[in-house]
Design a protein around this ligand. Structure first.
Ligand code: BDR
Ligand code: CA
Length: 316
């Protein structure tokens, strides 16, 4: 069984990442750390709590992480996020107020303590900015040799960015933190736009959830339909919405879903190239690459698995 921590800026696809982690076999979801991005950190935490409750998972603790980047002054939510995920982060769908509150322990402390406790058994999946993980590394550098694997959703290598010609949204929020994570000794897999833009969901699938006749199926269909409608306008060439964040969870649990290129990467923090994830030309022959970058994905296997997991979960 994998011990899994999700670090989320919940967000529509973050919500699907929660569902995937809950539904997947052999996963012990030990906690969710909250980040800012699609929404501010406190709202991200409330959204995670609400989604967990909708899925009947009231034992999974939710922690508050950092509220903004510590290294840049970009701490306002990018206005673009409200357009994509709705002002409330979950497609303007209203869910019952959560009965639980976030834990009093901080998300960064939880990351550090979990690394000490579970060591190589621990998988961390960040699907927002990398601020919390960078902070944890700064406070307790030994965790980079303890954590089994970090599979993050973020970055782009072979395609342009989605918030600028070079930057993907999560990296763009805190490129300095991302660079610190990349330059650490963490065992790192990058699930970026290269692969997430190839796994798309349409209303054919959300209709199946709706037809289950359960609260979870109906609410998830409403939330994801909002996202699909946004994609129709912002990315009409795609024919569906990208399953960014749940794909990171999928790859974390089963790396064989993607092919990867091992590369020494860095994150550009210069003004012109802000947030670009790119190979370091000075280290092309370095025998110890720091990131495994997902380049292709077995769409069919992944999408089948995604639908099987989520439909079974929502049917309960
Ligand atoms: C990423 O940005 C966020 O809006 C999504 O939740 C995803 O994590 C995609 O670039
Ligand atoms: Ca996200």
């Amino acid at each position: 069984t994998h011990k899994v921590i999700l670090d989320l800026d919940t967000g529509i696809d973050d919500a699907m990442a929660i569902a995937y982690a809950v539904a997947a076999p052999n996963v012990d979801l030990i906690g969710i750390v909250s980040s800012y991005g699609n929404v501010l950190t406190p709202l991200s935490a409330q959204n995670s709590l609400k989604i967990l409750e909708l899925l009947g998972q009231t034992d999974v603790p939710v922690f508050l992480g950092e509220s903004h980047s510590s290294t840049t002054d970009h701490f306002d939510v990018m206005p673009i996020s409200a357009q994509i995920h709705g002002k409330n982060g979950i497609g303007e769908v209203s869910l019952p107020v959560a009965k639980r509150q976030p834990e009093t322990k901080s998300g960064v402390d939880f990351l550090i303590e979990s690394a000490h406790t579970y060591k190589q058994d621990l998988i961390v999946v960040p699907t927002g900015p990398l601020t919390n993980l960078a902070q944890a590394l700064k406070r307790s550098p030994e965790i980079q040799d303890e954590i089994g694997n970090v599979t993050l959703m973020g970055g782009a290598l072979t395609v342009p960015g989605n918030v600028s010609p070079v930057a993907e949204a999560n990296i763009n929020q805190d490129p300095q933190a991302a660079d610190e994570v990349f330059e650490s000794r963490l065992n790192l897999t990058m699930v970026g736009l290269d692969v997430t833009l190839r796994t798309l969901l349409t209303k054919n699938e959300t209709t199946q959830w709706r037809q289950l006749g359960t609260a979870a199926g109906e609410k998830f269909a409403d939330i994801v339909d909002y996202y699909i409608d946004v994609y129709k306008i912002t990315s009409p060439h795609l024919h569906g919405c990208a399953l960014h964040d749940p794909l990171a969870v999928g790859v974390a649990l089963d790396p064989s879903l993607v092919t990867t290129l091992d590369l020494n990467m860095f994150v550009d923090t210069t003004r012109e190239m802000w947030g670009r994830t790119i190979g370091d030309p000075a280290r092309l022959t370095d025998p110890h690459p720091n990131v495994s970058v997902a380049l292709t994905v077995d769409q069919k296997t992944y999408l089948n698995r995604f639908m099987t997991y989520l439909s079974n979960l929502f049917a309960k």
